[in-house]
Design a protein around this ligand. Structure first.
Ligand SMILES: C[S@@+](CC[C@H](N)C(=O)[O-])C[C@H]1O[C@@H](n2cnc3c(N)ncnc32)[C@H](O)[C@@H]1O
Length: 218
């Protein structure tokens, strides 16, 4: 955890919020939610860009992250959103509440954790009728035609939205160093874990090397 925290403290100091593969799926995630929420939780909120979107439809948002630098940057950008509470927390050591949230979201974070353990916590912390949303990366063997299409789509969108194809060198180096500590599960294993913990969950593969989980608690 210390290494992951240090990686994201470093990334937080370098990264500005522009279009990226996670942000590309924010509209998809928002479409899974009702228009009004009372309590929402963002696990691994980073600089808080999705927490700020949640804050537009939730009365209260708790946004937690392991990295103090990420939380600092998130707070700096959230002055217009007094209904977001940011907290530096390791979710694996957190005392999760029960039946608390109308919505729990986690973006590009669960691959740092034990997926089964964290899904059980999330399931318990959701209110009946609440929605769980996960967007994350997965392990893939080999390259397919789909990857070729994804590379073209990704490069085109990056250039259109950000006006450049490559990130600055210091940020690329920070992500490169972090990638050595990343570990992704294959989609087949993710589907098995979801089937046993979240019956009826919709696990979907997306073009830009992401999968999503959408689950409503009965
Ligand atoms: C790739 S970033 C994604 C951030 C944000 N969700 C986004 O979409 O921009 C992953 C985040 O997960 C956080 N994280 C990793 N392990 C964590 C843990 N055990 N508890 C809380 N946050 C964690 C990291 O600090 C980092 O900010």
């Amino acid at each position: 955890m210390h290494t992951i925290q240090a990686d994201f403290d470093r990334i937080a100091r370098l990264e500005d919020l522009r279009w990226n593969h996670n942000r590309h799926y924010h509209p998809f995630l928002l479409r899974q939610l009702p228009s009004r929420l009372v309590e929402a939780l963002d696990v691994g909120c980073g600089q808080g860009d999705f927490a700020r979107l949640l804050a537009l439809r939730a009365e209260r948002v708790l946004a937690i992250d392991l990295s103090p630098e990420m939380i600092q940057r998130a707070k700096e950008q959230s002055a217009q959103h007094p209904n977001i509470r940011y907290q530096v927390t390791d979710v694996m050591a957190w005392e999760w509440p029960t039946d608390q949230y109308d919505c729990i979201v986690s973006i590009a974070t669960l691959h740092h954790l034990s997926l089964a353990d964290v899904l059980i916590h999330m399931k318990d912390a959701l209110k009946p009728g609440g929605t769980l949303l996960v967007l994350d990366l997965f392990h893939q063997d080999g390259v397919t035609l789909r990857d070729f299409i994804a590379v073209v789509a990704s490069a085109s969108l990056k250039f259109l939205k950000n006006g450049r194809l490559r990130e600055p060198a210091a940020l690329r180096a920070a992500w490169g160093a972090h990638a050595k500590h990343d570990h992704y599960l294959p989609l087949s294993e993710i589907r098995e874990i979801c089937a046993s913990i979240l019956p009826g969950a919709c696990v979907q593969q997306h073009l830009l090397w992401r999968y999503s989980i959408v689950w409503k608690k009965p």
